[in-house]
Every structure is written in C-alpha cells, then in structure tokens.
Ligand binder design. Structure first.
Ligand code: ATR
Length: 294
C-alpha cells in the first residue's frame, strides 16, 4: 500500500534522537496518567534530552518489567496503582522511609540496579506547605487505612504532628497502621462513624480523605457533612486531585480546602530531582499538569 506523504513541514522537536534517555511510568491502567506530559515538559524545559512514556504492565510481568528497564537502559520510572507495594521485592535497594511506608512510587536505575523511593509522602508535605499549612504540633484526622493513609500517617508523624486519628470502615486495617507506626508518635485507630467524627472533629486541625470515595460520581458521602459545622478552623484535604463532594461540602462551611493536585505535582517534582539531581522546574510542571487535567 502506498503511504500518504504529508505536505506539511516536519515539526520542530529537539528530541528524541540517538542520545535520548527514556523514563516512564509502570501501572495498570496508565492511559489516564498525567505524568508523561508533565515529566516530558520538565525535561524539555531544562534542555535534558529525555522523554517519559507510559508502560502498561500486567501483574504477572512486573518482575520481567524491572529486568527490562535495566537491560534497556531506562533511567527511571514512576510506579502507580496497583503495583506500589508488590513491586518492592524486585528492587535492589529501598530508601529507608519507603521501607517503613511499605510502598514506592519512584525507581531510579543506575548500573543495572533499581533503587526505590516514595515521593508521594514528602510530596504531600510540600503541597501543604505551599498552601501555608504547617503540620507540626497539629492534630490530624485521616479517613481511610489503605497504602496512602499509611504513607501520610508516617510522614506526618515524622514531621512532628501532635496526634493522628485514623478512621476506617474496616477497623482492623486502621489498627494495623496504628501498630505499625506507633513507635514514631501518637497515632490511634477508630472505626469510621458519624459518632466518632462528632467527637473528634472539634479536636483536630486538619482532616484528610485518603479513601477512594469521591472518585466516582455515585459514591456515597464519607460521613454526614453537616458535622463540618463543629469546627470553623478546620483545614480539609483530599488526596484526589479534583474537587470532590467532600471538599465541596467543606467549602459550604467556609473551611479552607486543599485537593490532591499539589501532591501529584510535588511527587513528580521530587521524582524528577531524584533522577536528574537538578531542581525541578515546578512552574512548568504545574502548567503542564493544569493543561492535561483540564
Ligand atoms: P490506597 O492504596 O490509595 O490508599 P486502598 O488501599 O484501596 O487505596 O484503600 C482504599 C480506602 O478507601 C480504604 O480505607 C477503604 O476502606 P476499607 O479498608 O474498609 O475497605 C476505603 N473505602 C473504599 N470504599 C469505601 C466505602 N464505600 N466506605 C468507606 N470506606 C471506603
């Protein structure tokens, strides 16, 4: 078949070429990830000859994927759902914080060795700082007890919060986080109920949603949002990167709200810095993220 020849001129792109380095993201699915656009823009902005692409990997292939990254000289990847925990055994070295958290989202490859890091947790702290929120000495209520809850609980204790209340539908999972992290500070598990929220909301400075509720349109409310009336100084944070019903309800009570976009931005910026040892072009990355999430 005869190929159609374009009459258009070639686009002016400085790379890829023979010297281009490859980065990417491993997950399943990865189609909706904002990282390829955000990270490639960051490389371009600093004149680094690199591109960042999605790798949709099946569960049974994660071990081979790590081997492939090494032999193909890929320089680094992010790891997303559902592999942040189960990829750990296939890495050569894990950062100390990531080891305690038990999940990684960033891998750097050097001399055919894979090093794992968690930039979600410190990225969350940087995102709060940017909003003028300092967590030191604060009382924090965390909704949910999955991987994100564990990562944030650990980093918040490390940052010197006064106390963390972890509330979860399945109490045993919250208790597991309490037991895992109690040597790092004051953390206590409870069942997720309106009764408990009524008791704790007046005592806390910040409430953080790490449950998946709010991702889908028909999700039920996490709790009775009229309870927001109990604390007019509450800061309300969601790790989901758009305005969820949880955040919308908080706004109705004139509470300060923060969505997960900043966390997404800063986990990417910290990963970029691990890979390149250069300061991440944060405003370029923010612009790219806003553009792609529009
Ligand atoms: P991640 O790794 O992103 O933290 P996860 O491990 O899947 O995600 O955890 C999801 C969290 O959302 C859990 O705390 C889960 O509660 P359970 O441990 O009881 O399953 C919470 N969650 C999901 N659907 C929920 C619902 N309908 N009501 C309350 N909590 C819910």
């Amino acid at each position: 078949m005869k190929m159609m020849e374009s009459k258009n001129k070639l686009l002016k792109v400085p790379f890829p070429n023979g010297g281009t380095f490859l980065y990417g993201i491993i997950g399943n699915p990865v189609k909706h990830s904002a990282s390829p656009y955000m990270q490639t823009q960051a490389f371009h902005a600093l004149g680094i000859n690199a591109i960042y692409v999605p790798f949709e990997v099946k569960k049974e292939n994660i071990k081979d994927a790590i081997k492939a990254l090494k032999v193909l000289n890929v320089k680094g990847v992010n790891v997303t759902v559902p592999y942040k925990e189960e990829i750990i055994p296939y890495l050569d070295e894990i950062d100390e914080d990531a080891k305690i958290i038990g999940s990684i989202n960033t891998i750097k490859i050097e001399n055919e060795k894979a090093f794992g890091f968690n930039t979600d947790a410190p990225g969350f702290i940087l995102a709060l700082k940017e909003e003028g929120i300092n967590v030191k000495g604060k009382n924090i209520l965390i909704l949910g007890a999955g991987g994100t809850s564990k990562a944030l609980s650990y980093i918040l204790l490390k940052e010197g919060v006064n106390k963390i209340f972890v509330l979860n539908r399945t109490f045993e999972k919250a208790k597991k986080i309490e037991n895992h992290l109690k040597s790092y500070g004051n953390i206590e598990a409870f069942e997720l109920s309106n009764e408990n929220l009524k008791n704790f909301l007046p005592q806390v400075d910040i409430i953080i949603n790490t449950t998946s509720l709010g991702l889908k349109k028909d999700d039920p409310p996490i709790f009775d949002y009229s309870l927001f009336s109990l604390n007019s100084n509450l800061v309300v944070v969601d790790v989901i990167y758009f305005e969820t019903p949880f955040l919308r309800a908080a706004k109705k009570y004139n509470l300060k709200t923060v969505n997960g976009k900043g966390m997404l931005l800063y986990q990417g910026a910290l990963a970029f810095e691990i890979w390149t040892s250069k300061k991440a072009p944060i405003e370029v990355m923010r612009k790219a993220l806003n553009e792609i999430l529009k």
